[in-house]
Design a protein around this ligand. Structure first.
Ligand code: FES
Length: 103
């Protein structure tokens, strides 16, 4: 149901500086823990539909491992070519040590 938060992972499963791919209602989502701030973004690159989960993660971005486009974690904005379109971002929260995503 739209607007519903879904429990996806325990906070201990995504330590600072790591990321983990999850499936929420058929959507491929990447949970990223950058500097102790959680982000939920699409796991699918907007350039050629490759997955982002093996890409490098910086303080504010995730890089696509296939052709190197970077996306801003907070907004999904494409920061450099070859991607020009953003990736989707999702609201994320922590409740009782569980990471929950709104899809
Ligand atoms: S598939 Fe991601 S930059 Fe090309």
């Amino acid at each position: 149901m739209p607007g519903t938060y879904t429990r996806v992972l325990q906070t201990s499963e995504v330590p600072v500086g790591t990321k983990k791919a999850v499936d929420v209602g058929g959507k491929a989502i990447l949970i990223c823990n950058s500097e102790n701030k959680l982000h939920a973004v699409s796991n699918i690159c907007s350039h050629a539909n490759e997955t982002l989960e093996c890409g490098r993660m910086g303080r504010t971005w995730i890089a696509c491992p296939t052709h190197g486009a970077r996306f801003e974690l907070a907004t999904g904005r494409a920061m450099n070519p070859p991607a020009v379109r953003p990736i989707k971002t999702y609201p994320v929260r922590v409740v009782d040590d569980w990471i929950e995503v709104e899809v």
